[in-house]
Design a binder for this molecule. Sequence first.
Ligand code: UDP
Length: 424
Amino acid sequence: MSEHTDPPAPSIMSSPGRGGDDRPRILFVDHTAALGGAELYLSDVAEAYRATAAAFLFQDGPLRSRLEDRGVPVHVFEAPAALDNVRKGSSIGRAAAAVPALVRVSVAIAQTARSFDLLFANSQKAMICAGPAAAWTQTPLVWCLHDLLTEDHFSRLNRWVATRWANLFASGVLVNSEATRSAFIEAGGDGRRTALAYNGINTALFDDAVTDSAALRRDLGIPADAAMLGVFSRLAPWKGQHVAIEALDHLPGAHLLLVGDAMFGEDAYEQRLQSMAARRAVGDRVHLLGFRNDIPRLMKAVDVVLHTSTSAEPFGRVIIEGMMAGTPVVATMGGGPDEIIEDGETGRLVPAGDPEALADAINHVLTGEDGDLVDRARRQAEARFSRAAMLRDVDQHLRDVLAETGVTPTSGHCARPGARVSSD
Ligand code: UDP
């Protein structure tokens, strides 16, 4: 597997005219070290602050080396298993059993936080653990919310705890789409603390990627004239890879690449996809490639990039990546995709969980009748979802939080955790 070299994120500079180095010292906190979309985002953001930042992870894994390779020092504090066992739909009993573990992790974060100006929690578990640490050490906390806090994704208890905890401890909440912001407010979160920063991708990765579609087809045994479709997501039921397999019934001869791993304990789903493909006699047209580091190359090689989530997506990095690759994108409507794609102009939106509609949209883009859709998509993606734009918006929010909470970067802090910021 070839690996793309990701050019370094530009380092966040000191503000001109301020005298001295006013780059904030940020401790980035994440509960996982697996490379999901949120962690790929984190590595780009943390890299931009590498001169003054560090990361605090609750486990060891690929994110650690990715951050270290980018010059970000990493503290790993192996969290007790009880914390890992709390999942999105967990009961009160299981959540209560995790409290001692939460305290231990919070204490460890607090010990590390003393040398930083700001805590940046990149996941819900990270925010829950970093909240008390922020209060003890008087360090402002920003929660980067990558999830839609809706009943499709989280239990009522989970939504209640997350929003109340954020209202209590977080001075700012960075949201990755308007959909994410609305769901946060609907679940009881304080909208005045939120600021929007869309994910952004380094376009150079896609400009520089060299692809050889013919060689890929040869390797996978895909005929030269067959349509080659790709889903580029971790394997999970709500990511809807099964819908793409069902769509093959309506797409004779088309082949489907499923790129991604079962990352968060969803191995049974991988088995289900395999047996489903075999049962429908499309096993020879479905190719499970596992987790790959050469997404730009693969996205440029396929004929259509599919996004098949069965419920609303908070953002959907794969959509903007497909647009940057210059490959037509067909995505499920709802949430982030509605904010990214203009249906029929820069991609195609289809209803969730509808394999026939998915196949129709794929057939449509394969005819090429949409004219210069891919050019428009690429221009839009570059204009709205560049890494530079993301870093600018994130930095603005972090500086607003520091100003509002009375912290002067690198000169020690006297924060009021939970103080409100109104950066929007
Ligand atoms: N991705 C990857 N390798 C894979 C599959 C996916 O690097 O094998 C990346 C993909 O390019 C995208 C991210 O994982 O940047 C997924 O982000 P997205 O927002 O689409 O979904 P999430 O995982 O955050 O729910």
